[in-house]
Design a protein around this ligand. Structure first.
Ligand code: DAH
Length: 357
């Protein structure tokens, strides 16, 4: 009996997992277990022997059973401890940063431009990319024979056979949104219109699809001076240099009178572009006072209202601000390019938080 006890207690103590333990239980106190068989032998003993052996065997069986139960508990406690150790999580740690793609420079710059103009009271307006010939040209004082139509390398939409109406176009600029805004809301107006535009052109600085932002302000007493101030404020905020200097150069656009192209002072020393210093000038936008015929096309009385407009290439100012050399790469979807020039997805530009950090 002592041998049996020693053997099982030692085996139970050494059992490393629950299935070994279960094996020991069957072997010792199961139906055909060693101890159970011994108890069966009690029947063959004399009453005197039985009186001695009975309690001893029962005590042994109890002892083995409780050793099994204790070991089982210990094993399951250890398993739980192990799991808790493995699945341990410090919920007070900061979230691990995970790169979820990047924001494209065009999106980022559009947000920057929107934030700056929103601060000056401009709302965002949008128009269709497939535009009527009338909104894209005629309403902007570009009649059918006008050379600007040819110069813009327009994409024309397919026309059904026998349909002699002028075909729709992929808008060649965001200026038609001026007309749509006038039609939709009347005067006064203060909007910017960012969006995609299309021209059949392809080289280092031209792609068939690119982005512009249009500006339009119409009120009773808007002048060229307001235009100048707005554009200077914009450039100072956008390029994040206090000393921006703009040059207004007389120009011609059919939809503005007078018209001005705006250049920004810059330097190209050491091959890198610096805005606000140096002796070079870089053209960044077209602008002017809205032509009376354009106001009329938008159902606004030119005797009562006047305004300024401007149009600027978003991709172009993105290239200037962030030193991106080739426009074509903007639309190649090359992941290495996107990782390099893209912006972190939580870096929303705001005037107070910083535009481009
Ligand atoms: N629409 C012109 C272009 O695409 C840019 C432009 C020039 C827009 C002068 C204007 C403006 O609103 O006043 O080249």
């Amino acid at each position: 009996m002592d041998d049996l006890r020693d053997k099982y207690l030692a085996a139970i103590a050494n059992a490393g997992d629950e299935s070994t333990l279960e094996g020991l239980r069957v072997q010792a106190v199961g139906k055909k277990g060693e101890i159970s068989l011994k108890m069966r032998e009690l029947g063959k003993m004399t009453p005197e022997e039985r009186q001695v052996m009975g309690p001893k065997l029962n005590a042994l069986k109890d002892e083995i059973n409780s050793a099994l139960a204790a070991k089982k508990q210990a094993l399951s406690d250890a398993a739980l401890d192990e799991r808790l150790r493995a699945e341990w999580l410090d919920v007070t740690l900061p979230a691990r940063s995970r790169r979820m793609g990047t924001i494209h420079p065009v999106s980022q710059v559009t947000e920057e431009v929107t934030a700056i103009f929103a601060d000056m009271g401009f709302a965002v307006a949008e128009g269709p990319q497939v535009e009527s010939d009338w909104h894209n040209f005629d309403a902007l004082n570009i009649p059918g024979h006008h050379p600007a139509r040819a110069e813009m390398d327009t994409f024309y939409m397919h026309r059904a056979e026998g349909d002699n109406r002028p075909p729709h176009v992929l808008r060649t600029h965001t200026s038609p949104v001026q007309i749509r805004s006038m039609e939709a809301q009347g005067a006064p107006i203060r909007v910017i219109c960012p969006g995609r535009v299309y021209r059949a052109d392809y080289d280092q600085t031209h792609t068939p699809m690119f982005h512009q932002v249009e500006g339009l302000a119409i009120d009773k007493d808007i002048s060229m001076a307001n235009l100048k101030w707005v554009l200077e404020e914009f450039c100072r905020a956008f390029f994040e240099v206090d000393g921006v200097e703009l040059r207004f150069r007389a120009s011609h656009f059919p939809f503005t009178e007078p018209s001005a192209e705006v250049d920004i002072r810059c330097s190209w020393a050491d091959g890198t572009l610096k805005i606000g210093e140096g002796d070079d000038w870089l053209e960044i936008l077209g602008s002017g006072m809205v032509h009376p015929k354009v106001l009329m096309a938008g159902n606004i009385d030119p005797a009562a209202w006047q305004g300024f407009a401007f149009g600027m290439g978003i991709d172009r100012i993105a290239m200037l601000k962030y030193g991106i050399p080739d426009l074509r790469a903007f639309f190649d979807s090359d992941l290495r390019w996107l990782r390099h020039y893209g912006f972190a997805s939580l870096d929303q530009p705001t005037l107070h938080g910083g535009l481009s950090r």
